[in-house]
Design a protein around this ligand. Structure first.
Ligand SMILES: [Zn+2]
Length: 75
């Protein structure tokens, strides 16, 4: 029977964009706001955005110029 060290496989290093420290993703504290989900870096205590909250990305997406023109012509 072959035994595999799962820690070696399951620990992708997360590089903090603020302090560039390789940190264990499991040690990051999870936080969230109305705008986004965060992880808190244990080294520099900075919030790292993981993902935008549902709905925000859609609201920020501007309609294509061509589509808007077509709509104005149709109206
Ligand atoms: Zn950091």
């Amino acid at each position: 029977m072959i035994t595999v060290n799962e820690d070696l496989i399951m620990s992708p290093r997360f590089i903090c964009p603020h302090c560039h420290s390789p940190v264990d993703p499991a040690s990051l504290e999870f936080a969230s706001s109305a705008q986004a989900y965060y992880r808190i870096c244990p080294v520099c205590d900075e919030a790292v955005v993981v993902a935008l909250a549902p709905g925000l990305a859609v609201a920020e997406r501007a309609p294509a110029a061509g589509a808007q023109t077509a709509q104005e012509h149709a109206a």
